[in-house]
Design a protein around this ligand. Structure first.
Ligand code: SF4
Length: 403
């Protein structure tokens, strides 16, 4: 049986696929974007020949639309605070102020981490933190006050300034932010992010993963994605697989992201992230998505999203890198030589050299990139003048190459 990692085998697999799947894949190969209803047919297909054909065509389209370069962002992960007012059923990152592992990074810690990261070749300062802790915790409000701030976002602004001062380019993911908060952060960020996770309001019902997470209301998150588009912020989002959603709800979420990007052109990458079960959480016994399920979702995302950038985190599926390349990704996201994935601390980053070898064996070149994709750097309105200066300084540091 031919290997599904070879996109050039698409015609053979098309012959084996059932007629309705084949017709949709033929359309995709002709450059016609598939509709949401068609994507539902493809994501529900479970016959091995159909799944192989879907992956092969998606991989073929990736190579046609994105070439053979696969990127990653060398980063430091700065968990500015792990206090969070939400309680997602799968999360081990969040804490309350009296938890032994609660933290809020001090400015000198942020600076030290950025300096070490810069020395180790990092480009991105990922500000990733809990959502609106000041609304839930008096002790944290006092911490913020001692740091000279009334809001978490005010403190994140200072953290971004520190990162820029140390030669890194900030990308903030601080949960749901208002238009005003994003406007305030744009002059000190090259991009921002918020996972849509899933568009289904069902996941906020009692017993579901987001019942205790008001900031996971999909309409609030869609509103932020929309406002980020209006503000011309290069934006990262994505979906989370395995949190109780249906496959059709995955497609609906991807379609919503595509529609927003069609309106505003600001979604610089779409992450297809798989849930990992953690022993101390409510979802400790929930099944994790299987490799082929993730790959099929990546492939359907490629067919639905066309030439948008599609990312899968390499640390969450360490044995599936070849499969995900075959299914149509063109980016691995952030990888750090210094800091762990605080959200999934059990999952170490791969060594870049090993990942590059895997990519090369599959016919791809692994390249570092900035936390803003190159296509947004020269696009009018998407970068503040101050960020152009930061990027050009960074390019100078790296010998003029913008990755
Ligand atoms: S996943 Fe994010 S929003 Fe949910 S509890 Fe954890 S830190 Fe808070």
């Amino acid at each position: 049986m031919p290997c599904i990692v070879d996109g050039s085998m698409a015609p053979e697999y098309l012959r084996r696929a059932r007629p309705d799947v084949r017709a949709l894949l033929d359309q995709a190969l002709e450059g016609i974007r598939i509709r949401e209803a068609d994507a539902c047919i493809l994501i529900e297909a479970d016959a091995p020949d159909d799944v192989s054909a879907i992956l092969a065509v998606a991989g073929h389209l990736r190579s046609r639309l994105k070439g053979t370069v696969v990127t990653y962002s060398p980063k430091v992960f700065l968990p500015v605070t792990n206090l969070c007012r939400d309680r997602c059923s799968y999360c081990t990152f969040r804490s309350d102020p009296d938890d032994p592992h609660a933290w809020t990074m001090r400015p000198e810690e942020i600076r030290g981490c950025c300096r070490s990261g810069r020395a180790q070749g990092c480009i991105e300062a990922l500000m990733c933190l809990g959502d609106k802790p000041e609304r839930a915790f008096r002790a944290y409000r006092e911490t913020l006050q001692a740091l000279g701030h009334a809001t978490t976002i005010g403190y994140v602004h200072q953290a971004c300034e520190i990162a820029l001062d140390e030669g890194l380019l900030p990308h903030t993911n601080a949960g749901v932010m208002s238009r005003e908060e994003m406007t305030g952060l744009k002059p000190v960020n090259v991009s921002m992010g918020l996972m849509l996770e899933n568009i289904s309001p069902r996941l906020r019902r009692k017993g579901e993963a987001h019942f205790h997470a008001p900031d996971k209301d999909p309409q609030r998150r869609l509103q932020m994605l929309r406002e980020a588009g209006e503000l011309q912020i290069p934006f990262t989002t994505g979906i989370l697989l395995g949190i109780g959603e249906t496959r059709a709800e995955r497609v609906a979420s991807l379609a919503a992201i595509r529609d927003l990007h069609t309106c505003y052109g600001h979604i610089q990458e779409v992450i297809i992230q798989n849930f990992r079960a953690k022993p101390t959480t409510k979802m400790a016994g929930a099944p994790e998505p299987e490799s082929l399920d993730i790959a099929q979702t990546i492939a359907v995302a490629r067919l639905l999203l066309g030439d948008m950038n599609i990312q899968a985190p390499p640390n969450l599926s360490p044995y599936d890198h070849r499969l995900f390349l075959a299914a149509g990704i063109n980016d691995w996201g952030g990888i750090s030589p210094l800091t762990p994935d605080y959200v999934n601390p059990e999952a170490p980053w791969p060594h870049v050299s090993a990942l590059a070898d895997t990519c090369a064996q599959e016919g791809f070149q692994l390249e570092a990139r900035l936390p803003i994709y190159t296509e947004y750097i020269g696009r009018p309105g998407f970068l503040e003048p101050s960020m152009h200066v930061a990027i050009s300084q960074h390019a100078a540091i790296r010998g003029g190459a913008l990755c």
